[in-house]
Write a protein that binds this ligand. Structure first.
Ligand SMILES: Cc1cc2nc3c(=O)[nH]c(=O)nc-3n(C[C@H](O)[C@H](O)[C@H](O)COP(=O)(O)OP(=O)(O)OC[C@H]3O[C@@H](n4cnc5c(N)ncnc54)[C@H](O)[C@@H]3O)c2cc1C
Length: 488
């Protein structure tokens, strides 16, 4: 079967759905092809009886009207049900709760009290200033990173001069700012910062550039819980596509993307071929060489090779009896014992809100726990070794919850499930189960991430392995910028 469409969007995660919905809103004929049976990608869901589990992403941010997700929702005229969390998160570290109050001043007071060394007030005030300026910088600049001569010319516009002071924030690490404010001498504070940065920029203070670092360290001031599950806003975007005549096809695993006779041809595993003027791909950069040929393949390979140091994840899913009234849905727990086969010293725990009947039936809570892992630690030689390893890590995480988050860990369990790097390969098709996007890095500044506009006419890259990087707000910004480019 062969189908013609104006624009094909590959992948129905947050990047693909945002791009397709924005294109449909501009009146373009758009078709989304998704390999999995449902939407969401790394922010997808699964059901177990009446319980709904977020598979990976659980927190929303960037939803204010001037921020990426807020702008997309406003453009589409959709209003996802999001509940602001205050505290935005609780960090349980060395037996203490560090409460991330949403109000920046209250949060800064907390930091000054808990980590008295150095100029904490100056450090955090600076981060909040950088955060505000960063949104100004990335807003309305779809020509970043420059991919054409026209983009370069537009970068030279005088209005960009005021963005120049932010440039060092792309190549200087958070550690540099910590030194400047004298907050780098307390090892406990460094550990706190490193683990906050790891969940937001995928990088520690010594390597995370301070511009994305500031966004990562301040985001818990605006943390939003999506009622019903992280997939719900994505579902609204999908409905926005179909309401405007667009199509979203599931179980369509793309096997090749080729330029033929001036058009793009996309083949799927079930024998269909789609032809379009343009392709917007949210398939991760590491998967793209296998789907492309000739110079396109070489270009994808080059970017995949220079962005090869990537995390995977281990996740645990619990259904528990009880609906504890916790101060927040989000906890970062510094583990008291290193977790086997994992690569982080914290676990991130999301608990369904007691009033969220869409996520869990009466009297029940659903919990998603995630932590960083290396795919190389999961290349076991036999199914038995893999099963043993899996069992060990599940028990270790359950132990952490029992000891360090007894509010949840000691409740009677009615479901225990888990996801390892192989699980991510299976459900999201991501090469080696690489998730969380390309970590921000001072040695590979953000502007060197794979650009949204490739050198090949009509082929665009979005998603968390393209500019501006990982996390749902960032991939929605990449989608927004790409649509702006296409509409130009
Ligand atoms: C454990 C975990 C926790 C996270 N927590 C958060 C969080 O709390 N907040 C936050 O904002 N971000 C979080 N993130 C990051 C966030 O989930 C991702 O950066 C974002 O969802 C990526 O969206 P995407 O559309 O770029 O990619 P994906 O979500 O991976 O979507 C790509 C889609 O393409 C499809 N696909 C792949 N190959 C093919 C093919 N050949 N043919 C057709 N379709 C294909 C996949 O099935 C998938 O649906 C987390 C990530 C993980 C793994």
């Amino acid at each position: 079967m062969s189908t013609s469409t104006d624009i094909i969007v590959l992948g129905a995660g947050y990047a693909g759905l945002a791009a397709a919905a924005l294109l449909a809103a501009e009146g373009r004929d758009v078709t989304v092809l998704e390999a999995h049976a449902t939407l969401g990608g790394c922010a997808s869901f699964f059901r177990e009886g009446a319980m709904t589990f977020d598979v990976g992403a659980t927190t929303f941010s960037g939803v204010e009207p001037h921020q990426p997700a807020g702008r997309v929702f406003a453009r589409l005229g959709i209003t996802p049900e999001l509940v602001q969390q205050d505290p935005g998160m609780i960090i349980r570290m060395d037996g203490q709760d560090i409460v991330r109050h949403a109000d920046p001043d209250t949060w800064i007071d907390t930091m000054c009290r808990m980590f008295p060394s150095g100029d904490q007030r100056g450090f955090w005030s600076y981060l909040y200033r950088i955060e505000a300026a960063s949104y100004d910088l990335i807003r309305d600049r779809p020509y970043l990173p420059p991919a054409t001569l026209r983009d370069v010319v537009r970068m030279l516009h005088p209005s960009n001069v005021r963005a120049l002071p932010l440039v060092p924030g792309l190549i200087r690490p958070v550690a540099h700012i910590m030194r400047r404010f004298g907050v780098d001498t307390d090892p406990r504070f460094l550990r706190f910062v490193n683990e906050q940065l790891l969940i937001s920029t995928q990088q520690h203070a010594s390597n995370a550039p301070y511009l994305p670092g500031a966004l990562g360290l301040t985001y818990p001031s605006s943390t939003w819980y999506p009622v019903g599950g992280m997939y719900r806003p994505a579902l609204l975007m999908m409905r926005s596509i179909t309401a405007r005549g667009g199509r979203v096809h599931f179980r369509r695993k793309v096997t090749s993307i080729q330029r033929r006779k001036g058009a793009w041809q996309v083949a799927t595993q079930n024998g269909e071929t789609y032809t379009a003027r343009a392709v917007v791909s949210s398939i991760p950069i590491w998967n793209m060489p296998d789907l492309t040929d000739g110079p396109v393949r070489s270009w994808m390979q080059r970017h995949a090779r220079s962005n090869a140091d990537i995390w995977s994840a281990v996740t645990l899913y619990l259904g528990v009896e009880g609906r504890p009234n916790l101060p927040t849905a989000y906890y970062q727990i510094h583990v008291d014992t290193p977790l086997p086969h994992c690569a982080s010293d914290t676990v991130f725990v999301t608990v369904s809100r007691p009033d969220d009947d869409a996520k869990a039936p009466a009297g029940v809570s659903t919990v998603t726990v995630s932590t960083h892992a290396r795919w190389t630690d999961w290349q076991t030689t036999s199914a038995e070794a893999y099963a043993t390893q899996r069992e060990r890590v599940i028990n270790a995480i359950l132990g952490v919850l029992e000891r360090q988050l007894p509010e949840i860990g000691l409740l009677p369990r009615i479901y225990v499930g888990a996801g390892m790097p192989q699980t991510w390969v299976h459900y999201t098709h991501r090469h080696h189960g690489f998730v969380g996007g390309i970590p921000h890095n001072v040695r590979r500044p953000m502007l060197l991430l794979p650009p949204n506009q490739t050198p090949f006419a009509g082929l665009y890259m979005i998603g968390d392995t393209a500019f501006p990087g990982q996390g749902t707000p960032a991939v929605m910004l990449g989608a927004w910028n790409t649509v702006e480019r296409i509409m130009e």
